[in-house]
Each structure stands twice: as C-alpha cells, then as structure tokens.
Design a protein around this ligand. Structure first.
Ligand code: GDP
Ligand code: MN
Length: 378
C-alpha cells in the first residue's frame, strides 16, 4: 500500500525530519484559506500515490491565496498518471539551493533493504543516476544487525563533506530508517531532500510503500488501504487479485502464476503491462466480466490480453464472461485478444469468434498481437 505524501511527511516529522509547514485541503477554498494562513509563497501539490507529479502538472508553486485556490481547482480536477487527487497539500514554498536524494527499497535478490543517497536528486532522479552512477551510494542493511552508524555516515558523506550539514543528514537518514522499520516499508524516499537558500535542510517530497502483509499490525493504514486506487479497491471487494502498473496492455489470466507469466511475455516482446490480474482458477463468467470492467476502466489501457488456461473453470465460462463484458461495456471486440486453451476451449473459441473477438491457442501469437495493437493505438 502506497502512502500519500502528506501521510509520510507527518510520520517523518514525528520522527524528527524537518518538513515544510503545510495544510491538507480537499477543496479549492480550503487551499485558499491554507495559503492565507501560511502567509508566504506556497506550493500546491496533488495527493496521489505515485511519483513524477511535477511532470504531470500536479505540483505548482504559486504566489498568493487566489492563485493557490485556482491551482487547487485545476489540480483537483486533473488526472495525475491515472489518479484523481482528492486532496492537495498546500505548503510554504522554499527557495531551493540544492536537491538531494535519500531513499530505500527492498532489494529482493539481496533479501535486504538497501539505502541510497545521491547529491543529484530532484525531478530527474532516474536520469541523474544514469548520468552520475558513481554519485549513488548504497548501503545494504543487515536484518540481524540493523543499520550501522558507519553506514549512516557513509550515506551522508556521499552527499556532503560539510560537517554540520552531514550530521543533520545523518540524523534524517536515521529517522528515515526508523520510519521504514516502524511501518514495514518496502520502499521509502525523500526526494528532493532540499538544501534551502538560507542553509536549512527540509524534506520537500516523500513517498513510501507499506508491505501489505504487515497491514494487520498497522490498523491506522488498514482503514485507508481501501481508499487508494479505485480499481484496486473494486477488485478487492470483488475477490479479484488486481494490481495496477503503468503500461497500456491490460492483462488477465486465471491463476497467479499464469498472470505473472503473461506480464513477462508482454514485456518480452516489447510491450508494457497495465496491470496484473488473476481472476482465480475457478473463475465464473461473472468474475471474468467484472475483471474486464475493472481492467478497461483504467484510462491507460489500449488493449486487453486474456490468457486463460482452463481446467477447473471451463473455456465456455471464460468466453461467456468476455462476450458479456464486450457487449455490456460497449467495448470494441477488436480491443481484446484471447489465448484460450484447456477444458472446453473449442466451445469457448466458438463463442468468442461469434462475438468478433480474436482467439488463439498459441500464447506467443496472442501476446504479439496484443502488443502490436497497443502500439498502433499509441
Ligand atoms: P514529484 O514530481 O511527485 O516528485 O513532486 P515533488 O514534490 O518532488 O516536486 C517536484 C519538484 O517541484 C521538486 O523537485 C522541486 O523542484 C519543485 N518544488 C517542490 N516544492 C518546492 C518548493 O517549495 N519551492 C520550489 N521552488 N520548488 C519546489
Ligand atoms: Mn519528488
């Protein structure tokens, strides 16, 4: 579960990380009042559980209450990488001298969290790491020993050799690590960790993802877990395993392993999966139809690839669900590519063909067809 910026900031702030003064606003008028209260230039920021908001126009530095209201109005009605913000964070704007990066992510192959810093942070962090790979320091944290002081020092020294500043960064890194431990994060980052023109350090942006397996011991998040992505929420209520990604090829399969393999195949031929979706081994026509509705309501999706290997459920059931979805959702049958194999696949294929939907036995042919359709639509 991804936390919103304001949530991460308030938790980090409790742990001693300096963050800008800010107020959460759900309506433009509230943003205006917040800006009046803060009394200086403010930043209005879309609260959505994804990064790169700045690039989508979801972060605006404005000059006064009226402008803040207008910026909030625009941001609250916009779509930020597929997410509708239902609040904005209004914060005092700071004058940035430098933008650093401090973050951590689970390194699955090392089976450890890895902490990273670079002094080239900010909006183009990916490119900056690519152009300055030597500037990225990494420290893997031993699950037994925890984060050692020397590691914290190395991470801070990687950003600056200036003693006083390095000490403050050390304290921020320690707090970030405490935050990650306390809230079972799979990922957390402060980017930018800004050095202001008047020499203060402040966490200007922060993101984090909490391990869903730990939600049972974080009741404070569990309540909110349902409120993030509307499609993921609906899937959860319907009993469909659905995780959204940022590609444009919608995928559906019956069985988690097959669903993963399907995404891999899409990537293999140069496509980008829009989601993981497992309708379950015994999926009914109703579940298949519901899954189609969820997948196609993602605005990024250009084509849906269904990979069904029927055993417990029948090819007839899956196909009926798909045909139903095409007619009830008013989809173009052309936007659907199906690979159907196994129990009653022949009967199922018949139903699909009647509905004008392309059906394949060979998974690679289906995958290629779907990826090609997505790239044409682009
Ligand atoms: P992100 O695009 O989702 O990572 O959102 P950020 O919160 O990181 O904001 C993107 C960029 O907006 C930052 O890298 C800064 O360059 C700029 N920005 C954010 N807050 C401020 C601020 O208080 N003052 C100024 N001048 N720029 C800011
Ligand atoms: Mn950022």
């Amino acid at each position: 579960m991804r936390l919103l910026e304001h949530e991460v900031k308030s938790l980090l702030s409790e742990l001693g990380v300096p963050v800008p003064r800010g107020v959460l606003a759900k309506r433009p008028e509230e943003a205006k009042r917040a800006a009046e209260e803060i009394g200086v230039r403010v930043v209005v920021k879309a609260q959505v559980p994804v990064g790169r908001r700045g690039k989508a126009g979801g972060v605006r530095v404005v000059d006064g209450p009226e402008e803040a209201e207008e910026a909030a109005r625009q941001i609250l009605s916009m779509d930020v990488w597929g997410h509708r913000p239902d609040s904005v964070l209004v914060e005092e704007a700071v004058e940035i001298a430098e933008e650093y990066y401090a973050g951590a992510i689970l390194d699955r192959s090392a089976r450890k969290m890895v902490l990273m810093t670079t002094r080239y942070g900010g909006m183009d962090i990916e490119e900056s790491v690519a152009t300055h790979p030597e500037a990225l320091a990494k420290e893997w944290v031993s699950p037994l020993l925890g984060l050692a002081q020397f590691q914290v020092r190395r991470l801070a020294w990687n950003i600056t050799r200036e003693r006083g500043l390095a000490r403050e960064i050390q304290s921020i890194i320690s707090s970030l690590w405490e935050f990650i431990r306390r809230y079972d994060c799979l990922m957390a980052e402060i980017n930018p960790l800004a050095l202001t023109a008047d020499g203060r350090l402040v966490a200007l942006d922060a993101r984090a993802e909490v391990d869903d397996n730990s939600l049972y011991r974080h009741p404070e998040f569990k309540k909110r877990a349902v409120a993030t992505n509307p499609r993921e929420r609906e899937a959860e209520e319907t009993g469909i395993a659905y995780v959204e990604l940022d590609g444009d090829v919608g995928t559906m399969a019956n069985g988690a392993g097959l669903a993963m393999a399907t995404m891999d195949l899409v990537a293999e031929v140069g496509g980008r999966p829009a989601n993981f979706c497992d309708v379950g081994g015994g999926a009914s026509a109703k579940a298949v139809e519901a899954a189609m509705r969820i997948i196609t309501s993602n605005p990024r999706v250009r084509v849906v690839l269904v990979n069904a290997l029927c055993g417990i459920t029948s090819g007839e059931n899956v196909s009926r669900g798909l045909a139903e979805a095409v007619s009830s959702l008013g989809l173009s049958p052309d936007a659907l590519v199906v690979r159907l194999e196994g129990f009653k696949a022949r009967e199922g294929a018949e139903i699909l063909r009647e509905a004008g939907i392309g059906v394949y036995k060979n998974p690679m042919e289906a995958v290629r067809e779907a990826v090609e359709k997505a790239s044409k639509g682009r």
